[in-house]
Design a protein around this ligand. Structure first.
Ligand SMILES: Cc1ncc(COP(=O)(O)O)c(C=O)c1O
Length: 395
């Protein structure tokens, strides 16, 4: 009998994958599906970014590059962090270029965790935040972030979850799946908590550029917080570059030294022509305007859903206005049905693809995640169908 890595027994195959398979099967059978399940911008990557990568390929940037990332891109990242978050990073020692945000998160966790360390992860949150910790033989302790507290953990909950083995807390604001983010005051208090208990703060800010009424504060921007903060970010969502697989970790130099070893020994480097295009995207003024335009489009769709929700007055589909990212986490607890059953039935009966809230943790049970990174028409049609289904559902 050959042995397998038993850590993977602890990771549930995500409900998102099962839903995606079901949607593909329905589409293959000729069914028209309104796809509101994938967290991927519906905008194309701007042609000038594509042009920049093509030119770099033609110029011969098709070989290995430095594992830590090109100096040009690390400087561009430092410029972005200073410009957008008001935090200074040294491109020579505090930045690592990664294969997207997910790989930045991997290198971050790999750099700080020892087997058996406890990690506090809010519930609900993107499944990888927990799964990666488990893969690295850490223990996940979920910290409830229920709808009733605006999807942000109350301070008592952090304290209650704390153990002598806790080494890190994971933040993701604006959040996937809720779109919530905390105030600067909250982050300041959380920083005090982290400092008092000698905890790292791993802050996944991949949706940091996508916000509506106010701008979120970066966890690293809190006074004194930078030395214990590991910033995870990428170009995927903010520049509509999910398929390019480029992101970065910004962290204290000793963390980056470990993270570089994790990068060197897992991906070697991010393709140099992609790094060239990423540096262009992060710094070109016209491209920053493109990001602002995308933000405006998500904001328009958010307003559309809020207006529809007001008009349709459906008590079974309660809408909490997201503050950022491109998701609505619809509260359908009034139906008293599991989120998986709701999503399966809405898909089969109304042809709308969604993600069950339970895929993000226990606190997500009774919720469903709907994206607004789809056309205005699809967002409107999908939301109307969800409401119609909820009004008429037979059990
Ligand atoms: C919260 C969060 N972090 C990270 C990622 C991964 O982003 P990337 O495409 O940059 O790896 C996602 C993707 O959905 C996400 O939702």
């Amino acid at each position: 009998m050959l042995n397998l890595n038993q850590q993977f027994d602890l990771i549930r195959q995500s409900a998102t994958v099962a839903m995606a398979d079901r949607i593909l099967a329905l589409k293959a059978g000729g069914r028209n599906i309104v796809g509101l399940q994938v967290g991927d911008p519906d905008f194309g990557t701007h042609p000038a970014i594509i042009e920049s990568a093509l030119k770099a390929m033609q110029d011969g940037q098709t070989h290995y590059g430095p594992s830590v990332g090109t100096m040009e891109l690390r400087r561009a990242i430092a410029t972005k962090l200073q410009r957008d978050e008001g935090v200074e990073y040294d491109p020579a020692s505090e930045i690592l270029v990664t294969h997207g945000g997910i790989h930045a998160y991997y290198t971050a966790m790999q750099s700080i965790l020892n087997p058996g360390d406890d990690v506090l992860v809010p519930d609900p949150s993107w499944a990888t935040h927990s799964n990666m910790t488990i893969m690295l033989r850490g223990n996940v302790i979920r910290v409830p972030a229920p709808a009733e507290s605006g999807f942000i953990p109350q301070f008592e909950s952090w304290l209650k979850a704390l153990t002598p083995k806790t080494r890190a807390i994971v933040l993701n604001y604006p959040s996937n799946p809720t779109g919530a983010f905390p105030s600067r005051e909250y982050l300041t208090k959380l920083h005090e908590f982290a400092k008092e208990h000698h905890l790292w703060v791993v802050s996944d800010e991949v949706y940091g550029s996508l916000y509506f009424e106010g701008k979120p504060t970066s966890a690293a921007a809190i006074e004194g917080a930078k030395e214990r903060t590991l910033l995870v970010n990428s170009l995927s969502k903010s520049y509509a570059m999910t398929g390019w697989r480029v992101g970065f970790l910004a962290a204290p130099a000793q963390v980056i030294q470990n993270a570089l070893k994790a990068g060197q020994n897992s991906i070697t480097c991010v393709a140099p022509f992609i790094q060239k295009a990423a540096a262009f995207a992060l710094t070109d003024p016209q491209i920053q305007q493109v990001t602002a335009d995308m933000r405006a489009a998500y904001s328009r769709r958010r307003q559309l859903v809020l207006r529809l929700s007001h008009e349709l007055e459906c008590e079974k589909v309660r809408v909490v206005p997201p503050q950022g990212a491109f998701y609505f986490f619809l509260d359908m607890r009034a139906l008293n049905m599991s989120s998986v059953e709701m999503c399966e039935r809405i898909l089969d009966e109304e042809g709308v693809g969604l993600v069950p809230g339970s895929a993000f943790g226990e606190q997500g049970e009774g919720f469903i995640r709907m994206v607004i990174s789809a056309s205005d028409e699809d967002v409107e049609a999908g939301f109307r169908k969800i409401v119609k289904w909820a009004e008429n559902v037979q059990r």
